[in-house]
Design a protein around this ligand. Sequence first.
Ligand code: ADP
Ligand code: MG
Length: 360
Amino acid sequence: MSATLKPGDTVGILGGGQLGRMLALAAAPLGLRCHIYCPDQQSPAFQVSDQHTIANYEDIAALAAFARSVDVVTYEFENIPTTALDHLSNHAVIRPGRMALEVSQDRLTEKRHIADLGIAVADHMAVSSLADLERAVGTIGRPSILKTRRLGYDGKGQVVIDRQIDLAMAWNQVGDQECILEARVPLTMEISVLAAGSPDGGIRCFDIGENRHENQILKTTVIPAAISQNLADEARAIGEAIIQSLDYVGVLSVELFVVDDGAPRLIVNEIAPRVHNSGHWTMDGCHVSQFEQHIRAIAGWPLGDQGRHSDVTMVNLIGDEVETWQNQLADPSAKLHLYGKGETRAGRKMGHVNLIKPNS
Ligand code: ADP
Ligand code: MG
């Protein structure tokens, strides 16, 4: 099992969504092939990849055959059962490793890991029953947010505990699952840092963007974020510390809240052990995109220059907004990225557009 790929080698990607698709598109110019593993027959990444396997993450025989056919395995979403990685690790190098997946799959483990590094997270408590919830609300107070520990995304699996809400109803709403209650932070801005770690221990961080959400789904990322140099440096230092703590190879994203109670400070919201929607601006704003950087890292190749040559506003095209694609193209400098998804659904990420203003 070689740790350094050669041109012509194959990257195995678990997950076939738009992130897998854009990883495969970034691997191609480097002379690398991709093999996508995904249960969904209509996976957007299949359209641009050399090979694909349609099988679920419990299919041990399919996982073994996949692992044997590739030179490194990576993943584009964090909800892959760790048992799948255990089967794969008998046959292939997995980057980023199991620890990153395990820590980030569970909001409680994730918060504890980050807090143990001396990095601020929101006050939180584990909640496994209605009685726990009542106790936790007694301690943390309202407003707070009840979140399922696992499988949440785009605000799914979350209930705001405001002054009015009945706790039994809230508990029902999350479906009686292992949860955490966290204090609702009086944030003034949401930002994220994308950090890349290489097998030799090198770390490079992209510039910091401001993320704006609509209906808890990322709508735009604006680069650069309107924050001080100090705060940007602090965000990058947090990215580096998390990469080091997880022995991380690949691109990692960290979502942060800016809180201003006199002086602005940072609180980590969550991490994702993968390329991230808030890094899509790098495709057209940087010398090397987050996707190329991830491929370089997991291939054991030198990281590229993550420097930014343009200011960018990234706008997600969600649901039927994708039908505006022609209007987007009316601006000749706008860079349109569509994900090739067959079916348009409300709330589904269908594409994005990068609006670019080169730095003179
Ligand atoms: P998801 O996994 O769905 O992205 P997040 O924990 O990132 O879940 O929550 C989605 C959004 O909800 C965040 O981007 C932020 O806008 C808001 N949010 C989540 N947690 C908090 C919090 N503790 N305080 C304030 N806002 C929050
Ligand atoms: Mg989030």
